[in-house]
Write a protein that binds this ligand. Sequence first.
Ligand code: DHB
Ligand code: MG
Length: 228
Amino acid sequence: MYEGEQVWRDVDTYFIDHLVDEDEALAQARLSSARTVMPEADVAPNQGAFLAVIAQIAGARRVLEFGTLAGYSTIWLARAVGPDGRVTTFEIDEETAAVARENFERAGVADRIELVVGPAIDSAEALLDAEVAPYDLVFIDADKPNNPHYLDIALKLSRPGTVIIGDNVVRNGAVADPSSDDPRVHGTWALIDRLGSEDNVAATALQTVGLKGWDGFAIGVVTGPTPS
Ligand code: DHB
Ligand code: MG
């Protein structure tokens, strides 16, 4: 372990203690990630609060999330959109989805969340086919090799002003290793390349350190018409 990692955790803990209002339902949701297919892949409390702040800055009422797991970030986003808002979230694993549903009930936000079980590409293409209204914010946090496909669909479900956030774009620096043969890294490269090459998306990415180690978010905003 890099000796800085304990300090990263201490700093996160300090910010969480002073800034982040994690109630019992959120804490339970976070702990329940141990019962999902990907324990500990949830965002940290201060990252959940970050997503909620961004959603509120964007005035988001319609949020789309790729990758539910225990629904920890989903609850943060559902609270941010308010009682009239809606979060649609995709989870591939039925048992994991059952854990998330319990968490949504406990958090009092089940009525504003639509949890769709199945491969996220199929679920998202069904939204395209149904010609749903564009989303205000899209959080891409599922299996990384499919990131370019998720971004492609997200852009089709966007409008000028839509915010797109991608999780885990750093992974201990793996993104900067040009010899990587990890399909997750290749998925991240494709996501970043598309964010960078799309004329009507203004985007950047930031590294983070903390309770989740060394990682980062990509964030972009749609600035004009995107492919439909
Ligand atoms: C992994 C995926 C995530 O979304 C995350 O936040 C952490 C780890 C993973 O694939 O290991
Ligand atoms: Mg993630």
